[in-house]
Ligand binder design. Structure first.
Ligand code: NIG
Ligand code: FE
Length: 381
């Protein structure tokens, strides 16, 4: 069955050519987009839906989220807002709560967050493990994550858990843990940071993951100007995430290698830290994505519209650059060409805004503008 979405105000397509179309229309046939163009040229379809001048965008692609956890860190957040500094060590609080949680409790927590995401226009989500940090706790996190998304990421190397030395832990992560987790994961990730894993350990972990058939992504240069971005570029990772503290060499390596820089402004917001300089990256020719980093420690938001607004206000991005990074950019960070874009043959993931265009996501921050969400041709919100 085909549906014509007619009389769209501004349609943001995510395509390089004709990236936005005014007075637009779009036809969905089954699960995919069948036609995109001007309302005046729209073909007939089985059903017609009058969008009445509202804006339409592709469903957001949230390419970085840590949804497999239990508990929260309210007290840590409150302490930070009274002046305490964020450090990697807080992860251990969540690890203790996550190990205690049953499988149904972990699944239910993820489902609540995914429902929040959907209500805010997200139709593709990456989910990381990383709060279990034993062979079985990491394996089950990924098995549960796989019920919700194909974009599952093994982050056994989130932090060294208590009770084991870091060399022994790296051996565990690259050995039995990887063997147990690889069948449930598409990606391998490591938190390359002071207080987590150094450059040599990060390289070793990602290389082992790649050998096991996974593709690399990395938490890089979040708190300090470390070696993470360089390692991402050397290993051909899909994405280097955070990219808050970068040298000029890091920026030119990102531009030359095509590794996506995924910026996570929710983390800077929630840790009261300086934001990454998106303008510098874009001007140097780096591909940029935006994601929530949804996690209970450093960024407990599920909202891509919030990240878009922060990117525009705080990171030097224009509205079209921010919406591009949150849709097509996220898809690129996940090496997907079927989502984050509204073109013939793409998955029919679309968001109808209660506003004439995507610009309002930044212009009207904090306002719930997402009114309908369709995923693979089916209305989900
Ligand atoms: O992306 N940086 C590493 N991981 C998360 C934070 C995890 C936590 O504090 O629980 C992040 O910000
Ligand atoms: Fe993260």
């Amino acid at each position: 069955m085909s549906v014509l979405f007619d009389r769209i105000g501004v349609l943001y397509t995510g395509e390089r050519e004709r990236e936005e179309i005014a007075d637009a229309a779009l036809v969905v046939d089954g699960e995919t987009v069948a036609w995109v163009g001007r309302s005046a040229d729209a073909p007939a379809a089985d059903q017609r839906f009058d969008v009445d001048g509202r804006g339409v965008i592709p469903g957001f692609v949230d390419s970085h989220a840590h949804l497999m956890f239990a508990g929260d860190r309210t007290a840590e957040f409150a302490a930070r807002m009274s002046g305490q500094v964020y450090s990697a060590g807080g992860i251990k609080t969540t690890v203790a709560a996550t190990r205690q949680a049953t499988d149904p409790a972990l699944a239910a927590n993820a489902a609540v967050l995914l429902a929040e995401m959907a209500a805010q226009g997200t139709t593709t989500v990456e989910i990381k493990s990383g709060y279990g940090l034993t062979v079985e706790d990491e394996r089950r996190a990924l098995e549960i994550a796989g019920r919700f998304t194909t974009e599952t990421t093994f982050l056994g190397a989130h932090v060294v858990p208590p009770g084991i030395g870091s060399d022994d832990y790296v051996r565990l992560v690259t050995g039995p843990m990887l063997t147990a987790c690889a069948p449930h994961a598409r990606w391998v990730d490591v938190f390359c940071e002071r207080g987590a894993f150094d450059g040599d350990q990060s390289r070793e972990i990602l290389t082992a993951g790649i050998k096991a058939g996974l593709t690399a992504r990395i938490h890089a240069n979040q708190l300090t100007e470390g070696p993470g971005v360089r390692i991402a570029c050397e290993l051909g990772a899909a994405s280097a995430d955070h990219c808050t503290h970068l040298s000029d060499r890091d920026v030119s390596m990102l531009a030359d290698s095509g590794v996506v820089a995924t910026l996570l402004p929710g983390a800077e917001f929630s840790t009261r830290s300086p934001y990454p300089d998106a303008r510098r990256l874009i001007d140097a020719g780096v591909s940029v994505a935006l994601a929530t980093d949804c996690n209970p420690g450093s960024s407990f938001t599920s909202s891509m519209p919030f990240c878009v607004a922060l990117a525009v206000r705080e990171m030097g991005m224009t509205p079209i650059e921010a919406i591009r990074a949150a849709t097509a950019g996220g898809a690129r960070a996940l090496r997907r060409s079927d989502v984050g874009v509204l073109k013939e043959g793409a998955r029919a993931d679309l968001v109808i805004l209660n506003a004439p265009s995507y610009v309002h996501l930044a212009y009207r921050p904090g306002v719930p503008l997402v009114t309908q969400v369709w995923r693979a041709g089916r209305r989900i919100v």
